[in-house]
Design a protein around this ligand. Structure first.
Ligand code: ZN
Length: 217
């Protein structure tokens, strides 16, 4: 038996949103999905892209992994779940925008900063291996010796997104499409407590809070 919360939620979906968007679901089933956007987000239950962007079914293709990391292009014998999703989104779905979206108070980022002293959660140490992708930005981050712990986590949350944007460009297909102007890469960071989205300006190398008409009013 599924947990009660899920059963209740499913009933609410069937009677509410599914009823309201019945036609859209049927059309999507018949014609297939055609999302224009790929979002790479964290597994964190507080930072669901579909909720943050108020998305309807079929609108955004979402990959979620621990700490929203993009690994570098590495065709080898390892399993590459995120790279497989990237390959599909770019080559088959032909998305026009890729957004790497981090968030505040990220446990994966916190774990990366503690990885030198913390014990693995299990003998497999899958998280340890995964967040070793952050070694370079972590080393840069630790140069800021005056940071409080909170500032350091916050800094790495942002730097890891920039690092993932660089890793996206190690994929030949993405690099080529970006050069042709057929795909755009973006960095974003979600503040859970405030519900605010900050976006990265790659030219100025600064993060700007995205204002909405409601917030400005
Ligand atoms: Zn996270």
């Amino acid at each position: 038996m599924l947990p009660r919360r899920l059963l209740d939620g499913y009933a609410s979906f069937r009677n509410g949103r599914f009823q309201a968007e019945n036609e859209r679901y049927r059309r999507l089933a018949e014609t297939g999905q055609n999302p224009g956007v790929l979002i790479i987000a964290c597994c964190d239950s507080r930072a669901a892209p579909e909720l943050i962007f108020d998305a309807s079914p079929g609108e955004i293709f979402v990959v979620r992994n621990v700490a929203n990391l993009v690994p570098p292009y590495a065709p080898d014998d390892d399993y590459h779940g995120t790279s497989a999703a990237l390959e599909f989104a770019v080559m088959a779905l032909k998305v026009k925008d890729i957004i790497v979206m981090g968030h505040g108070r990220c446990g994966g980022i916190k774990a990366a900063l503690a990885s030198d002293t913390a014990e693995p959660l299990s003998p497999g140490n899958f998280i340890g291996k995964w967040i070793s992708l952050l070694e370079k930005p972590k080393a840069e981050c630790l140069c800021h010796a005056d940071d409080t712990e909170e500032e350091r986590i916050n800094r790495l949350e942002h730097m890891s997104i920039v690092n993932s944007l660089a890793n996206l460009r190690t994929f030949p297909c993405i690099r080529i499409l970006e050069r042709k102007g057929e795909i755009c890469l973006h960095g974003a960071w979600f503040d859970i407590a405030l519900g605010e989205l900050h976006v990265y300006d790659e030219f100025a190398k600064v993060w700007n809070r995205l204002d909405t008409p409601d917030i400005a009013a």
